[in-house]
Design a protein around this ligand. Structure first.
Ligand code: 6R9
Length: 572
């Protein structure tokens, strides 16, 4: 499918000359930005917060927090003190030693950020858990990681099966009227009493900092370990890709329970000394637009599902807010439909920049940075310092326009360090030639742009034609009746597989046979005859992960009457 390119806007970008930078760039240059290049002493939280608190940025706002009930702000100096206090409490009452796992299970709030930064200052490995996890998901993760300390809230503690977690020794609760025991403490009461100075635990650059659990297509969720060294790439991509500059007000909508919410909700913005907006509570279009207006958000990082939900809320809603502060909008997590890019142009007068990366990669790898010509539907090009290729199942690099495994040459700074307790799983990601194999299928065009096609196991083979479900889904959601679509390959004795689409309709549309015919024609005409779904089934809602990815494996399981497997990452 050919797409028109959108022109880039002229500006003073951090990555203005991609070609030249790509040729000459070396990651070791970035180390010089950090204190540890001189002292040899590393701590990610120090570099993110304290370094600025000791600079001209001391009184600059680091955190703007807002939800339906609270609106607060903290300068770098204040955040340094709050996280120092939190560190002292976690260390003293949690009896923490370097490398111990501290899990944090709570909704977004300033306390969550004090806790994450404080725990990192103690040298602990932090495991952030999404607030919507239910008991089984919490148990799996705390057990596998052997977490020693848990910081949670009074409301969420009932979902923690404390008696079944022998490694868990200390619990900190955030809330009102907390009853303290020998192993359970009132976190904010202790923090209020703690010293605002703390002696940071200096660690090695390859010591663990963050442990994110992520679901694969099979088996239990796996713990992806990231180390302090990842800061090199968090910092550099925050410059190049988020294009953060001194005066920016940045907002990343992801929760720290997911990798985007830590790498780009905490580290990227703060390592670059940027004012960072955090919004708590549930998604509400009006509240989101108001956030942009109130804080004058200039750089905004969100996800296709969120954009599609905003799209669904109608263009009238947009018009009630002043969104002119926005200068750079980005997306991650799932394919960004060209339709959404065009909507962004229309309502924000801004191009939405797609970025591709994974929990395992720790930071952005393939991106549309601001000075670049965008081809709607493409994830962009590898950032300088990263080599990407399409390889076949034997590890041979394929020429342009051939679909295959999206692979990255091992060794970028934010790459996962290991899979917790599962070295074998870790090894299984790599192929001869030092390729990290992503599990995504894609192709690269003649100009070096990468085009996402699906997870490797989702690619559909129908009558000998390879069809990427994303292309079909993208086309489907362009139809005015369709809110969401998920497409799978259904085994077929004649064609190998046929394409089946699950569709959620927009309000006001009826699932009729006529509509089915109309949709089929729409795809046939818009994409290709072989790409049109032979079967269409309507559903109220489609199964999605909390980060908004349509769970095709669940659709497939429905279709084939198979067990759905681990659903801990599914939206409720
Ligand atoms: C950061 C994050 C990783 C998987 C990845 C791919 C999908 C991410 C994408 C994208 C199409 C993009 N994905 N970015 N697909 N276009 N720009 O999302 O991490 O939750 O581990 O998901 O998400 O399939 O393999 P994670």
């Amino acid at each position: 499918m050919k797409m028109e390119a959108l022109p880039s806007v002229k500006g003073d970008y951090n990555l203005g000359d991609y070609e030249n930078t790509y040729k000459h760039f070396d990651w070791s240059e970035v180390e010089k930005e950090f204190t540890w290049s001189k002292t040899g002493k590393v701590n990610l939280a120090y570099e993110a917060i304290d370094r600025h608190a000791e600079s001209f940025r001391k009184n600059k706002v680091a955190l703007y927090y807002k939800d339906e009930n609270r609106a607060e702000k903290y300068t770098f100096k204040e955040l340094k003190e709050w996280s120092n206090k939190a560190a002292n409490v976690i260390k003293e009452y949690g009896n923490i030693e370097k490398g111990d796992r501290v899990f944090i299970f709570m909704p977004r709030s300033p306390e969550l950020y004090f806790a994450v930064l404080g725990a990192i200052k103690t040298g602990a490995i932090v495991g952030p858990l999404f607030e919507a996890f239910m008991e089984g998901a919490v148990r799996d993760r705390l057990t596998d990681s052997g977490a020693k300390v848990l910081i949670t809230t009074q409301a969420l503690i009932s979902r923690v099966p404390v008696d079944e977690l022998p490694d868990l020794k200390h619990i900190f609760l955030v809330g009102e009227n907390i009853e303290e025991t020998e192993t359970q403490y009132d976190f904010m009461k202790k923090v209020a009493e703690a010293d605002k100075n703390c002696s940071i635990e200096w660690v090695d650059r390859n010591d663990g900092a963050i442990l994110h659990y992520t679901s694969g297509s099979t088996g239990n969720p796996k713990g992806v370990l990231h180390v302090h060294n990842a800061m090199i790439q968090h910092y550099q991509t925050a410059k190049w890709v988020l294009d953060l500059q001194e005066e920016d007000v940045y907002w990343c909508t992801a929760d720290p329970g997911w990798v985007t919410g830590t790498s780009y909700g905490i580290f990227g913005p703060w390592l670059t000394g940027t004012s960072n907006v955090v919004v708590g509570g549930r998604f509400k279009p009006e509240f989101w637009y108001k956030t942009i207006e109130d804080y004058g958000v200039t750089v905004w990082y969100s996800a296709p599902t969120a954009f599609r939900m905003l799209m669904g809320a109608g263009d009238e809603a947009v018009k009630q807010y002043d969104l002119r502060s926005l200068r750079h909008v980005l997306s991650v997590g799932e394919p960004l439909n060209p339709e959404v890019v065009r909507w962004g142009m229309k309502v924000f007068n801004r191009r939405i920049h797609d970025t591709w990366w994974m929990t395992e990669t720790g930071a952005q790898l393939i991106c549309n940075y601001p000075s670049m010509l965008i081809k709607p539907g493409s994830m962009g090009k590898p950032i300088p310092g990263v080599e990407a290729a399409i390889i076949d199942d034997q590890g041979n690099v394929l020429p342009p326009n051939r679909m295959g495994n999206l692979a990255i040459k091992k060794g970028w700074p934010a790459m996962m360090h290991t899979i917790w307790n599962n070295e074998q799983k870790y090894e299984s990601y790599f192929m001869p030639g030092d390729w990290y194999v992503s599990g995504d299928s894609a192709y690269m065009d003649e100009e070096g742009y990468f085009w996402f096609q699906g997870r490797v196991d989702d690619v559909i083979m129908t009558s000998g034609e390879r069809v990427g479900p994303f292309e079909v889904e993208s086309k489907l959601v362009e139809h005015p009746a369709i809110a969401e679509a998920g497409v799978i390959g259904k085994p077929d004795p004649v064609r190998g597989e046929i394409i089946k689409a699950f569709i959620a309709l927009r309000d006001g549309y009826e699932p009729t046979q006529e509509l089915i015919e109309e949709i089929r024609t729409f795809v046939k005409q818009g994409l290709a005859a072989h790409a049109a779904p032979r079967e269409i089934e309507f559903r109220e809602k489609l199964p999605k992960t909390r980060s908004g990815k349509i769970m095709r494996r669940v659709l497939k399981a429905w279709e084939l009457n198979l067990p759905t497997g681990d659903l801990s990452s599914m939206e409720d």
